[in-house]
Design a protein around this ligand. Structure first.
Ligand SMILES: Nc1nc2c(ncn2[C@@H]2O[C@H](COP(=O)(O)OP(=O)(O)OP(=O)(O)O)[C@@H](O)[C@H]2O)c(=O)[nH]1
Ligand SMILES: [Mg+2]
Length: 447
């Protein structure tokens, strides 16, 4: 394996930065550039050395060098971590000197990929490294950390062992098929398969929650022009982010901002007012509203109640028709001009401008966001895992159907074997180059 090098910390101004080297020649390469009290070539594993990092006769920086000898390192290979000063210049010079003397710049995720290949992490754990690095919320960070410690893998392994037992018994029974021996009761298989499907569904459900934890719970503010969408957006964010004006059609593009509600990241959208218009830019903006509605979890329809209370009822009905399965609230705005009585619990009277009753709006966002992640349990899955789990469930459902139809053991066993194979792909017991590249390319360089 070639010896690879990359910056392991984010680039930028900081107290220290860490350059990581991994591979057979890691220690040798580092020693070529190190001048300190000891020769690091003979240094023991897990020791730190202070000295100069030099390139030819130039001192680049005063550094600390941490030595990890394989297999007791992150990647399982010899690893050297160089602690240097932050900023944009020093680490680049250090990396360039190392490349000049024979290291290669690491590809995104290559350190973690090597850790996986050397058996330091399984695939689920490797993927959760990416999730931890990218996680936008504390809750998702905690779940990914648990996953890194192997919780999910353990549950999946149990799952797999049960299936292997079933498949084994079914196949064994085939050998005795002349003798009419029942090694395994079909009803017992049904029960086990049902249990596994339920477990599987639980994980599949948590996918949606994990999407929300990683990408945010989306809340769209929509309505006719001039209803007060941008005013509400600004008040919720506590800053003048969007332009507010009495001219209808002020917001053309959409605006998007993150905010935390009870630890859940919420993505708030301000959108262009919906109306018939000849204005081309406005038409484009209105088209964008549709794409935002599609990805939203909660939709706040703002009505200008000073027009009248039922003014936006038609719009609300149309949206519900077009985008069902979303949570809708109708906010009656501008009650400072004309007070209204809400007609149902999904209608709230506010004045965005005077901040009247904004607390109720915030509570709705917080409550919906919180509910949306209640399915997370202990398991976070990503798109690859989610797709595999769905396919596994299909195999299991087929197996179940074969039992119901009283098909031969052979046919039932085939579906169960298929499910077992996919479970192997899930944990990475079975993998191919393509899957690996796809997973690790989503990492950043240096991870
Ligand atoms: N009296 C009163 N005026 C409000 C209230 N909320 C917003 N307005 C006013 O209504 C006008 C339109 O507000 P915006 O927030 O720009 O409305 P919008 O829905 O974003 O409008 P478009 O971007 O054009 O679709 C502005 O003059 C606001 O000051 C309110 O609660 N009470
Ligand atoms: Mg606006």
């Amino acid at each position: 394996m070639e010896t690879i090098v990359a910056l392991a910390t984010p680039p930028g101004v900081s107290g220290i930065a860490v350059v990581r080297i991994s591979g057979e020649e890691a220690i040798e390469q580092a020693s070529k550039h190190f001048s300190g009290r000891h020769d690091i070539k003979t240094a023991k594993s897990h020791t730190i050395h202070y000295g100069k990092f030099v390139d030819n006769d130039n001192t680049i920086d005063l550094v600390t060098i941490s030595i990890y000898r394989g297999p007791n390192s992150y990647t399982g290979e010899d690893v050297v971590e160089i602690g240097c000063h932050g900023g944009f210049v020093i680490y680049e010079e250090i990396i360039n000197s190392l490349i000049k003397s024979g290291c290669r710049l690491a590809k995104p995720g290559e350190f973690t990929q090597r850790a996986f290949i050397n058996g330091k992490l399984d695939l689920l754990q490797a993927e959760s490294v990416a999730d931890i690095i990218h996680s936008k919320s504390i809750i998702s960070e905690q779940v990914s950390t648990r996953q890194l410690m192997g919780n999910f893998t353990q549950r999946i392994q149990n799952f797999k062992e049960k299936l292997i037992t079933i498949a084994g018994l079914l196949e064994l029974e085939l050998d005795f098929s002349d003798e009419d021996i029942d090694l395994i009761n079909k009803e017992d298989i049904m029960l086990m398969v049902d249990e596994l499907i339920a477990f599987n569904n639980e994980i599949i459900d948590s996918f949606n929650s994990s999407q929300i934890l990683n990408n945010g719970f989306s809340v769209a503010i929509v309505g006719y022009p001039n209803s007060g969408k941008s005013t509400l957006f600004n008040k919720l964010l506590n800053k003048d982010r969007a332009i507010v004006s009495p001219i209808p059609g002020t917001t053309r593009d959409y605006l998007e901002e993150y905010q935390y509600y009870d630890g859940v990241p919420v993505k708030l959208f301000d959108t262009a007012g919906i109306r018939e218009t000849e204005d081309l830019i406005e038409i484009e903006g209105i088209k964008l509203v549709e794409s935002i509605l599609r990805q939203s979890h909660l939709v706040l329809v703002i009505n200008d109640a000073s027009n009248n209370q039922v003014f936006s009822d038609k719009l609300l009905e149309e949206l519900k028709q077009k985008y069902p399965n979303k949570n809708y609230y109708l906010l009656q705005n501008k009650i400072d001009i004309l007070p209204v009585n809400p007609r149902n619990p999904k209608e709230i009277a506010i004045s965005a401008k005077n901040e009247t009753n904004l607390k109720a709006v915030k509570e709705i966002i917080a409550k919906s966001a919180k509910e949306s992640i209640s399915r997370v349990n202990d398991i976070l899955v990503n798109k690859r895992q989610y797709n595999l789990l769905k396919l596994i469930n299909l195999d299991l459902t087929n197996a179940k159907q074969s039992i119901i139809n009283n098909y031969q053991n052979e046919l039932i066993a085939i579906d169960i074997r298929n499910a077992i194979k996919k479970l192997g792909e899930l944990t990475g017991d079975i993998y191919n180059e393509e899957i690996l590249n796809q997973i690790f390319s989503s990492f950043c360089i240096g991870k």
